[in-house]
Design a protein around this ligand. Structure first.
Ligand SMILES: N[C@@H](CCC(=O)N[C@@H](CS)C(=O)NCC(=O)O)C(=O)O
Length: 213
């Protein structure tokens, strides 16, 4: 019997992506919590697990895997039940491109907004925050909305896939911690509402009072 251990910080969006897949695929795993607020990800012992000093890290028996996208691809290959990639290579490539776009374009903006949003009202640069939130809606969110509008639904590529897993946790966290609302993004609102009906997605939502990243 192989063992799975997830080193993570439950409120981090990258950790949420992996918790989603582990739960969706009904995999038993142990958890080791790495507190990002205390900087535990930069401790020497943790750097032995991931030289980049970031969560999440998955240990599969003796093997260490980091980066949420790489971990989720591994889980998909190793545990193909309840698949999160479509059967055809062409559509798999499209899902992977979308997940890559989420990591390269969507998450850096979300991370900056979450970081600024964590500051106290006195410390926060309100002008920067309002402008960055407006820019995020005008470009990144508008692109996601357009992609969802053309999908046969209910997910980005019809069936639930690693593309949805890549986008949803960060946006969900931002919605929970900022004034952002999806009033003008009805396809995105319907998509998130649908994801919320999954127990696996609910499991990733430990809405605690403090920081998200
Ligand atoms: N591309 C990586 C990014 C990992 C990442 O940025 N992790 C964040 C939490 S979402 C982290 O550990 N931040 C703490 C740090 O960078 O010191 C992934 O998807 O796993």
């Amino acid at each position: 019997m192989n063992t799975l251990t997830l080193y993570h910080f439950p409120r981090s969006s990258c950790s949420r992506k992996v918790v989603f897949v582990l739960t969706y695929k009904q995999l038993a795993y142990s958890e080791v919590l790495i507190n990002l607020e205390r900087g535990e990800q930069k401790a020497e012992a943790f750097l032995q697990l991931n030289p980049y000093g970031q969560v999440p890290v998955l240990q599969y028996d003796d093997m260490l895997i980091y980066d949420s996208a790489v971990i989720n691809e591994f889980l998909e290959e190793q545990f193909p039940q309840l698949p999160l990639l479509p059967p055809s290579p062409e559509r798999r490539a499209l899902v992977r491109l979308a997940a890559l776009h989420a990591d390269r374009e969507f998450y850096p903006q979300i991370s900056r907004l979450l970081r600024e949003g964590r500051k106290s009202t006195a410390e926060r640069d309100q002008n920067w925050f309002a402008q960055a939130l407006a820019e995020f809606q005008a470009v990144a969110l508008a692109q996601l909305e357009a992609q969802l509008e053309k999908s046969p639904g209910p997910f980005l590529f019809g069936e639930l896939s690693l593309a949805d897993v890549a986008y949803a946790p960060g946006l969900d966290t931002l919605l929970h911690t900022s004034p952002l609302r999806l009033t003008y993004f009805p396809a995105t609102a319907a998509w998130l509402a649908h994801l919320n009906t999954f127990e696996a997605f609910q499991k990733t939502r430990p809405w605690l009072a403090v920081a998200h990243s």
